[in-house]
Design a protein around this ligand. Structure first.
Ligand SMILES: C[S@@+](CC[C@H](N)C(=O)[O-])C[C@H]1O[C@@H](n2cnc3c(N)ncnc32)[C@H](O)[C@@H]1O
Length: 286
């Protein structure tokens, strides 16, 4: 199998091997949200990146953070845990996923922390209050807006939702391998995560991707998650942000380890080597 370099399960500097006992999953007993959070999300790294970049820009500590397309609200929970002044809002359309997050992620916080996490069941386009210091759209969720007008409209709503001293953080992946039909398997204790790039349409840049999970007993959870989204280029996202009224847009490019794999360290860049697969962040200020 071809190795996929454009890994949506971004490797982050702060990812550490987990010391927990090897869990035993099967397709019948596994909870797809638990497996998704383990395989795909790096909430500590996401929060650290946002805090570091906010302090660099504004020389002060942010309090209000909104996680758009929040799913289970994992990053919001980490924001609230990080500092007793932190207040988090998570926005997602899908009520069952938010309910799962309430039951498993928010319920696991201390009562005082729970009071500082607000999950909103709505379209990200409908929420512009309260004003935020940081709004994050992670794991490429804004790629779900496949028409440029829709993307610009969403970015305008984000801009309206930001304080004067506010910033919008987005991630992106790309490179020519992101357009290739291929599967990449990543082994975790007790299960395998499979990123399946099932289809790419060069006419409109739509990609269809699935997440499958495979278990030691041979059972599988096929198409646990499916995304039909547009592989936006960084230039295209930048132009849409400008059209939405953002004044400053910076791109952060991921460095490589000795094996040429992403190392989870993102540095501000104006020019990058055109690699087969890449991950990046963008930060936009109104
Ligand atoms: C790729 S998942 C991202 C989950 C999580 N934020 C992460 O970082 O891994 C996309 C999420 O966006 C939600 N979603 C899709 N369109 C939305 C919209 N217009 N407004 C709010 N949520 C939306 C879906 O319900 C889904 O939970």
């Amino acid at each position: 199998m071809t190795q996929l370099m454009t890994r949506p399960n971004k490797k982050k500097k702060s990812d550490k091997p987990k010391k927990s006992k090897k869990p035993v999953y099967t397709a019948k007993t596994a909870d797809k949200h638990v497996l998704y959070q383990i395989s795909v999300q790096s909430p500590e790294a996401e929060v650290d990146f946002c805090l570091r970049e906010y302090r660099k820009r504004f020389g002060e500590n942010p309090t209000h953070f909104r996680e758009d397309f929040c799913g289970t609200g994992l990053i919001s929970c980490h924001w609230a845990k990080h500092d007793s002044h932190h207040i988090a809002y998570g926005v997602d359309l899908h009520k069952p996923t938010l309910d799962w997050g309430m039951k498993h992620n928010i319920a696991a916080l201390k009562p005082e922390q729970q009071g500082r996490v607000h999950l909103i069941n709505d379209n990200v386009n409908n929420v512009t209050k309260p004003k935020m210091h940081i709004i994050g759209a992670f794991n490429f969720s804004y790629f779900l807006f496949r028409e440029r007008n829709d993307l610009v409209h969403y970015f305008k709503q984000v801009r309206k939702s930001l304080h004067d001293k506010g910033m919008f953080v987005l991630d992106a992946y790309g490179g020519w391998e992101a357009q290739e039909p291929m599967e990449e398997e990543t082994v975790h204790p007790g299960f395998s995560y499979i990123w399946d790039q099932a289809d790419y349409n060069p006419i409109d840049d739509t990609a269809i991707c699935h997440i499958h999970f495979k278990f030691p007993d041979g059972t599988k959870l096929m198409k646990a998650f499916t995304y039909t989204w547009r592989l936006w280029t960084l230039g295209g996202v930048k132009d849409a942000l400008v059209d939405a009224g953002f004044k400053t847009i910076d791109t952060y490019w991921e460095g490589e380890d000795k094996a040429g794999e992403g190392n989870g360290i993102y540095k501000k860049a104006r020019k990058a080597e055109n690699t087969p697969g890449w991950n990046a962040y963008m930060i936009a200020q109104p």
